[in-house]
Design a protein around this ligand. Structure first.
Ligand code: ZN
Length: 97
């Protein structure tokens, strides 16, 4: 399945697919290709939290914060993953226009 999401000035393509042969990770973000990959071999809520995790990586990059977080990026994103996903999931109408 493919989705698109705008992050900063760019539209990322999200692929929900079998990543088994491509990666040891549940998800990956390839900034140069504006591509997020999420492994389909998980329950839907886990796919969604992994997608939130990858979106946080893209937000850091597109927001110009990679240099700021440096070696702590994975730790920071992992800490925020579940709370960011839960916030998005439970406040879907909050910013709706
Ligand atoms: Zn990560």
């Amino acid at each position: 399945m493919k989705k698109r999401v705008k992050i900063g000035p760019h539209v990322y393509t999200v692929h929900i697919a079998d990543l088994g042969a491509l990666s040891d990770n549940y998800g990956t973000t390839i900034e140069s290709q504006l591509q997020i990959n999420v492994d389909v071999n998980m329950k839907k809520s886990k796919q969604d939290s992994v997608l939130a995790h990858e979106i946080l990586h893209a937000l850091i990059v597109e927001g110009g914060a990679r240099e700021l977080v440096k070696d702590n990026e994975e730790l920071l994103v992992s800490i925020l993953e579940n709370t960011f996903y839960q916030f998005l999931n439970e406040n879907t109408d909050f910013y709706a226009k």
